[in-house]
Design a protein around this ligand. Structure first.
Ligand SMILES: Nc1ncnc2c1ncn2[C@@H]1O[C@H](COP(=O)(O)OP(=O)(O)OP(=O)(O)O)[C@@H](O)[C@H]1O
Ligand SMILES: [Mg+2]
Length: 347
């Protein structure tokens, strides 16, 4: 059975998509078969894999690849068509064997309302009983069709029903954050929202209607993998000291608020397991510094920063030497992060 990991934070622009892509690539590089799912109607993850530079590129892709995106693959469940869900014919990511993508769709947002109604667990549930378990079912059969070990799910920012479902039906989740006051506030709000969602998921999984659905709502097994802090909003001239201050505030919010709140509803691994994997204060799965100029090259090459070659960078001499050093430092950062993920998801 595959292990799914959702990248989640209600705060936008904190590197959820970038981390999902980079970690997916790194896990694949380390020999795991990985399926990435673009569950954000913004389709940014899809844009990192497919060439969407020409106008209407996404529409052209949908037209010539019917059914090959998350919305269309879920369509039979959401429009109550009497055909079973089928594994998605994933896109193989160019340049990285073992790595696959379930492309996103702008129209996925249209399913949010029906899912929201289904998830109220009210009288209308009978008619909508197949919705709450459908996404997890689709990911499971898709991963099985590729013999994949990991399913990495990129979420949109926000606290809507779609994210509620995607997080609560995953096996694990990681919280990307940036060192700023908004991410500290987001940790506080996650400490309130996640326990509520967990109580909902528990009662949903105990409902007979959902248990007997074609796509049964799974028993909750969600566990937090940790936080990933990205230092990418480094403005020139602003002292590193300022960022350190936010690192401390974030760690405090995680250690004093989030972790205790999640422990109460069984959404954490044991403190010993975290410590064995090397996670300490702030439950930091990793910290990624600013990619600086390498981000542009990475977007152009459609590769993570750590996988860039001299040919991708197109520079020689001292410029390349400096960049090579920085690429190899990022490579080490993501190797460490992947190793921790491997350890935490072992059981
Ligand atoms: N470590 C980094 N250094 C520099 N730039 C980064 C870094 N991580 C992410 N970025 C850039 O920051 C922007 C936001 O990142 P990304 O799209 O991954 O965030 P997100 O959390 O997925 O956003 P959204 O909430 O909109 O989905 C992107 O332009 C990305 O290229
Ligand atoms: Mg994103």
């Amino acid at each position: 059975m595959s292990k799914s990991i959702a990248f989640f934070n209600n705060k936008g622009g904190v590197s959820k998509t970038t981390t999902c892509f980079n970690l997916g690539w790194k896990l694949a590089e380390r020999g795991h078969r990985v399926v990435m799912v673009d569950a954000d109607p913004q389709c940014n993850l899809t844009g990192m894999v497919l060439d969407l530079s020409s106008a209407n590129a996404l529409d052209t892709f949908y037209d010539s690849n019917p059914g090959r995106n998350l919305r269309d693959a879920l369509d039979p469940a959401f429009t109550s068509r009497p055909v079973p869900l089928k594994p998605v014919d994933c896109v193989a990511v160019e340049g990285r064997s073992n790595l696959y993508l379930v492309p996103g769709h702008v129209g996925l947002a249209e399913y949010e309302v029906s899912l929201g109604i289904a998830q109220q667990l009210s009288e209308s549930l009978q008619a909508l009983k197949n919705l709450p378990g459908s996404m997890r079912f689709l990911f499971d059969i898709t991963a099985a069709s590729l013999n994949a070990e990991y399913v990495l799910i990129d979420l949109s920012p926000g606290l809507g029903s779609m994210n509620q479902n995607l997080v609560m039906t995953s096996n694990y989740f990681a919280i990307p954050a940036s060192p700023d006051v908004f991410s500290v506030m987001a940790m506080e709000s996650l400490a309130r929202v996640l326990p509520r969602w967990a109580r909902w998921a528990k009662s949903a999984s105990e409902l007979e209607t959902l248990e007997n659905a074609d796509y049964p709502f799974p028993r909750m097994s969600l566990k937090l993998l940790g936080t990933i802090v990205q230092r990418y909003r480094l403005r020139s001239g602003s002292p590193t000291q300022a960022f350190m201050g936010y690192f401390e505030l974030l760690d405090e919010a995680v250690d004093d608020l989030l972790l205790p709140a999640l422990e109460k509803v069984d959404l954490t691994l044991s403190r010993e397991t975290y410590a064995d994997a090397g996670l300490e204060g702030g439950l930091r799965l990793g910290s990624v510094s600013d990619f600086n100029t390498l981000i542009a090259t990475s977007q152009q090459a459609k590769k993570p920063v750590f996988a860039l070659t001299q040919q991708d960078v197109g520079q020689g001499g001292v410029v390349w030497e400096n960049q090579e050093e920085s690429i190899s430092a990022f490579n080490q950062t993501f190797d460490e992060m992947a190793l921790r993920v491997e350890k935490l998801t072992k059981t």
